[in-house]
Design a binder for this molecule. Structure first.
Ligand code: GLC
Ligand code: GLC
Length: 807
């Protein structure tokens, strides 16, 4: 069952009912100011850091209820309704929610009043704009009142939700000329405030939540809305809000546009106040200037145009026409859009990530970059340098950093032994995309310590050596606290409820990861390529030898006869082997080792892929492990804490499905490679939205596995490494247009039914127009010249290269 449809021309998903299985959300903002918005208007806003600079409040543990957000009440005398359905919960006569790129529009109507609410964040201002157009279609004159509301968060979202003994005392606002200023803590150490404005004359306002709602009322019908009179309340502590009341008298056919702005202003300390600080009057000039910029209909239309042009630029780097509209819309629109959002948000703010906990993950951010680097390479470059700065001199790394401070986060710890290798992966991807080797010379500190700066290349060397310096008894890499699978905790042995499986005291152990071994082969090879480009031939030879030894160790100690085992636990026992009762086969080492090329020559790769298909794959995707663990295993940790079929314990953990698909490409199996892609691809499973439940335009972290009672049900949408890896898979392996150090490799691997495909790829300043055709004669031509290396060399900037690939 579907709840909407794709409008590919407008690049929107159009939701036709508020009653989606879960809130289906979108993201507003692309630089510093962000908003999450659901198809019922819910969500929250923040400036740069979802924990430390939260503008509006979100009520947690409340996904289904979806309270809060942008609230509007239209009262036409007969009913009170909301353009987004919530909070009033009166069913409109018609409803549509259009989630587009960086904006969301609600089109609804009730009792002859038509409303169009457009929500977006301008490209270069720190605010969210809500434009509400009301039109009287009834044929009669209509008196309509409109009440709006946002609930402010007292900045630090974690403190806001816990420290009530303080917080109920500190809320402060100012109200002046249709603007409500939220200035909590501005009197002391904060140099920023928020404002909420409206551009038409009001007949009332409220800034105190409890007065606005009234005793025992809730947002569905606040007392001030029911009574038809705002209280003009001023918040002193408790919960500050911003609410305006406006009254319209609309003649038949008349249309009226009202603009609400929620903005963020930061000031230098010396300019904080208007007059003396003791007077407590804040400097409102920058807010007024911002409001002025959007004071007329034209400025908003222009800004929306700018937003759309911005997305044209961003998405214009890779455009495919495959003859399959589902594939096209994922590749050209939604997959890239999700890559942008995950790059910006990491795992911080969604409906399932609270925005309070997880900062920027080392491994997560390195991988997110893989799907983003072609979009804005400059930002990818900056990110690589930020990430490298939380590395230690021995090559290890903090597992996370906070985006505002860019400092390693001690709570999340260190010792996740896959982390360092991802840095090689993303740096190599950046250079392949841009040809910019200068990044390797950038001086980057270790652990952000002044004086410890070394060229980035030394960080890569440290990463490479970190694995070699941490080998276990089978010459396989020690796993540390965990590798990519955060929940395979072979050194933890936790018996304490609630304790973190990742950071609790480690036992000293020799547990080893076949997955990291695969990674070492994959990224060690890329490290060797970079060494050669830097003229470090000896180091390249050394690296290749180490890689060859590691491949050997995998085939010797990591091969189980039909597939790659996952790990050795602290006792030296196999994990992910046919010898195990549960957890016989894991997806990760199959994907990673084969992506690295291990076992392709000897046939192990094909056998492993056949085994993965047989044991792990079902109609909704390929599960992480099978059989799922039925009971808690002290020596395995968090993975066995999940009920069978969920999360790491045997769900379809979407992030690693593209690895397996790439592995199928590596052995030339186009059909299964594409099937793996298709099974979890949102646009292809839109028809089962009632089963899948999350948004049909983006990936989710997991889909309940074959052993789960709710198999097929997805959870944790939006912020997942699936976006980047899927994009790498579809663009670089299935469509086969792959940036490499020496140019653009073109080598598609698609099922026979795909023919006559074009891809427009911007690459290092030139445009490559690539045509794929089926033919008996295979080969590659660039501007008519036959290419035997498979790689189209870099062309001069601004040139156009016509590439023909006969497949
Ligand atoms: C989560 C983490 C990621 C990890 C994955 C598998 O998505 O953010 O770092 O690799 O889970 O455990
Ligand atoms: C939990 C999750 C896992 C995630 C980790 C991050 O263990 O199950 O997916 O990577 O938290 O700390």
């Amino acid at each position: 069952m579907k709840y909407g449809f794709f409008d590919d021309i407008k690049r929107e998903y159009v939701i036709e009912t508020p009653f989606t299985p879960l809130p289906w959300i979108n993201y507003l903002g692309s630089n510093e100011f962000f908003g999450l918005i659901s198809n019922t208007g819910g969500g929250y806003c923040f400036y740069r850091d979802a924990k430390l600079r939260r503008l509006t409040r979100y009520r947690y543990n409340n996904v289904m209820r979806d309270t809060g957000g942008r609230m509007y009440y239209i009262n036409d005398g007969t009913s009170v309704w909301s353009p987004a359905y919530l909070p009033a919960k009166t069913e409109p006569d018609s409803y549509k929610c259009r989630h587009g790129l960086g904006y969301t529009i609600f089109e609804s109507a009730k009792n002859g009043i038509e409303s169009e609410l457009t929500c977006f964040v301008p490209v270069s201002d720190n605010c969210e704009i809500n434009r509400l157009v009301l039109k009287n279609n009834s044929g009669d004159r209509k008196k309509v009142s409109l009440v709006s509301a946002v609930e402010f968060c007292l900045w630090n979202a974690a403190d806001d939700g816990t420290n009530f003994q303080r917080n109920y005392n500190i809320g402060e606002v100012e109200v002046e000329d249709r603007v409500i200023y939220h200035k909590t803590e501005y009197r002391e150490r904060r140099n920023h405030y928020a404002f909420y404005s409206v551009n038409r004359s009001t007949t009332g306002f409220d800034t105190d939540l409890d007065t606005f709602l009234g005793k025992f009322s809730d947002y569905s019908l606040p007392q001030t809305v029911a009574s038809g009179k705002s209280a003009n309340s001023t918040a002193h502590g408790w919960s500050p809000i911003g609410s305006f009341r406006l009254e319209y008298d609309l003649s038949p056919g008349e249309e009226i546009e009202t603009v609400f702005i929620l903005g963020y202003i930061e000031l230098p300390k010396s300019e904080k106040w208007d007059g003396e600080a003791a007077g407590g009057i804040i400097n409102k000039r920058p807010a007024k200037m911002l409001i002025d910029r959007y004071s007329n209909a034209e400025s908003i239309t222009n800004e929306l145009k700018k937003l759309s042009e911005n997305w044209n630029d961003l998405l214009g780097k890779f455009v495919a026409e495959t003859g399959d509209s589902k594939l096209d819309r994922m590749v050209n629109i939604w997959n890239q859009y999700q890559c942008m959002i995950t790059f910006n948000m990491s795992r911080s703010a969604s409906y399932y990530e609270s925005g309070q906990g997880r900062g920027m993950g080392f491994r997560d951010s390195c991988q997110d970059l893989l799907g983003f680097v072609h979009i804005v390479p400059e930002r990818a470059r900056e990110r690589i340098l930020d990430i490298a700065a939380i590395q230690f001199e021995n090559g290890g790394a903090w597992h996370q950093y906070q985006p505002l401070t860019k400092r390693g986060n001690a709570d999340a710890g260190m010792g996740f032994n896959d982390d360092p290798l991802w840095l090689i992966g993303c740096t190599h991807a950046y250079i392949s995309e841009t040809g910019d080797y200068s990044i390797l010379d950038e001086l980057v500190p270790f652990e952000n310590k002044e004086g410890s700066e070394k060229p980035l290349f030394e960080h890569l060397r440290a990463s490479f050596n970190y694995t070699l310096n941490n080998l276990g008894p089978h010459n396989l890499p020690l796993i540390g606290r965990a590798d990519w699978n955060d929940c395979l905790n072979l050194n933890c042995f936790s018996e304490e409820p609630g304790e973190s499986f990742q950071t609790c005291a480690n036992i000293e152990s020799q547990a080893e990861s076949v997955f990291i071994a695969g990674m070492f082969v994959l990224y060690g090879t890329k490290y060797a390529e970079l060494c050669i480009k830097r003229g470090e031939a000896d180091e390249a030879v050394k690296a290749k030898e180490a890689v060859a030894q590691m491949s050997g160790a995998v085939l010797k100690h990591g091969w189980d006869g039909d597939w790659f085992i996952r790990a050795y636990d602290s006792n030296g026992d196999k994990v992910g082997s046919k010898e195990c009762n549960d957890g016989k086969i894991f997806i990760e080492p199959q994907g990673m080792c084969i992506m690295a090329g291990i076992g392709i020559e000897g046939g192990e790769a094909k056998r492993a892929l056949a085994a993965a298909k047989q044991h792990l794959t079902f109609e909704y995707g390929t599960c992480l492990v099978a059989p799922a663990y039925k009971e808690y295993h002290l020596n395995l940790g968090e993975i066995s804490s999940y009920p069978p079929g969920y999360k790491e314990n045997g769900s379809v953990f979407c992030h690693n499905n593209p690895w397996l698909s790439i592995a199928e490409v590596m052995v030339g199996n186009a059909d299964e490679a594409f099937e793996i892609y298709r099974r979890i691809c949102p646009a292809y499973i839109e028809d089962i939205s009632d089963i899948h439940r999350t948004e049909p335009y983006v990936y989710s972290q997991t889909i309940a596995g074959k052993e789960a009672p709710t198999s097929g049900e997805a959870k944790n949408s939006w912020l997942t490494g699936t976006a980047a890896w899927t994009y790498v898979n579809i663009s670089q392996y299935l469509l086969g247009v792959r940036p490499e150090l020496d140019g653009l490799r073109v080598n598609p691997c698609l099922p026979e039914s795909y023919d006559d495909i074009t891809v427009k790829r911007m690459f290092r300043g030139a445009i490559y127009n690539i045509t794929f055709k089926r033919s008996k004669e295979k080969g590659l031509w660039a501007d008519g010249i036959k290419i035997d290396t498979g790689i189209v060399p870099e062309a001069p900037e601004n040139s156009i290269v016509n590439v023909l690939c006969k497949m």
